[in-house]
Design a binder for this molecule. Sequence first.
Ligand code: FAD
Length: 554
Amino acid sequence: MSEQDNVIVVGAGLSGLATALGLAVRGRSVTVFEAGELLGGAAAYSGGQIWCGGNHVAVRQGIEGDTLELAERYVRAIAHSHPEVLDEQAMRRWLEVSPDAVRYWEDVGAIRWTVIPGLADYHNEADGALPEGRYLTNEPIDAAELGEWRDKLRVSPYFPVGTTYAEMFVKGRRLTNVDEEGAGEQAGVQAFGLPTRPGGEAAVPDRLTFGTGVVASFLARALREPGIELRLEHRVTELLTDDGAVVGVRAESPAGPVEARGPVVLATSTYDWDPELVQELVGLGPEDFGSVAPRTIRGDGIRLARAVGGAVAHLPATAIPMLPGWPADTGVGYAYGPDYAMPHSMIVDRLGNRYCDDSYWVDIVEKTMDPADRHLPFFLVFDEQHHQKYGLGATPPGGEYPAGLVTSAPTLRELADALGIDGDQLTATAAAFSENARKGLDPDFGRGTVDYVRRFAGDPANEPNAVLGPVEQPPFHGLRLRFVGTAIGTSGVRIDGDGRVLDEAGGRITGLYAVGSCAALTTVGTGYNSGIALGRGLTLAYLVSNELAGTPVD
Ligand SMILES: Cc1cc2nc3c(=O)[nH]c(=O)nc-3n(C[C@H](O)[C@H](O)[C@H](O)COP(=O)(O)OP(=O)(O)OC[C@H]3O[C@@H](n4cnc5c(N)ncnc54)[C@H](O)[C@@H]3O)c2cc1C
């Protein structure tokens, strides 16, 4: 096979592995360069939710009623705030192709899909929303299928890998990892009871679920293709060009620089760990931003594309899927919810006011980041009931919070003073919130009205609402929040609906493609629903691998 037959994929997360697989089964040879010592990227850390309108899996499981037309109505309804950043062509291409892509990956043996039970679309009030059927994930896979590659897979420190969604929903996400004595943990690698590998990553358990399981499924299948070469610890640092076309890459490896030739598919994910790009694309400094994505995700795809004339699409920061979180010793150095969505907690600004549905990240980001009315810094305030019932991050219920993270005080006024919040207003806000929360209501901001949040993040045992409880029992606790990125940057490399990288004038850069979250989410504009990142990534992988294999999708 000549060098020109070889395709180079940059990044071995889900989109990169899927692209390589799609190419290999069509007879192309592929070299996958992965910067990290482990593969799987943010996808392996994720919840493994893949959103797909009109998919065959729901029909197989007896969930009827979805159509492409309904899915398109939903996407349009949720993308209403900035329709100008929605790329119509890319949106339609994605919606129409994604059910075929989802079916294709199953047909080719990359995954066995199942519907996540009872999980509603985020915006349950929007036109076209459905209460179930559009979120897919993998049937659990046995890690033994990975053979010697088992030790090279990332394991999520943020989800109870090994547990299924159905099992998790019984206790609620927050309490799924608390053992019988109540001394388990929730967010930390070690606390999942798994021994760690060098570098602090958890060892790979036998039964793989959530994002770790989805990646493992694709990896297991890719390993059966002799045409795929996986090179770990190879960070691509430069694109090679010839007369304006991309013809290869240069990478840094432990053995020194290497070069490889062929068309290039960028699958490097977002810019979470590049403070300059975070400032440029999100508008936040390090005091307000962290990330729960692997640290090898640092904007390389954006910089590589820019260096050869690729355009970057900027989408409003009010639409970025970021989560309220805090620095932590576990995971990659940050932890995040669902603590903020548990009962007996609320989010306030420095004035002591609530200002959003503080159980729902979509509303939290939109309101906190509103350029006309920013609410930074923002704080999580909770009471002793929250402490005793749920703990926080890696702290089990009733456990001692890590030194320096949480401020505690006997009254809300003293807590406010210590955190730099207006004490009178905080006291008044908590009183009003608590009175309504006892009734399971939040007339001001609608906390508790989003089905997805109640099911995915709340406490199923809490009555009358899984995310609402009074903040009234001393001592009171609080911490300053920051946003943590989830490798869904929203802004990114500009592509067309088929994953071809575009320049500022809208023309193609020959030989260069981008799949997954390094590509701007112009597909959905400012409307996001969980699972779109991975779902679009798999659709682009399907489209790009077909095009490069000479069988473009009609
Ligand atoms: C905790 C968490 C939960 C999430 N839950 C969901 C969910 O349920 N559903 C959903 O749709 N999304 C979810 N996301 C987001 C989703 O995981 C990411 O958007 C997605 O993984 C992006 O996929 P990708 O294939 O583009 O890149 P990734 O899976 O992130 O992989 C990118 C890879 O590229 C490598 N790389 C980077 N630069 C280079 C370079 N220069 N050379 C070589 N390799 C490079 C990285 O090391 C990495 O392995 C979640 C994210 C997190 C962190």
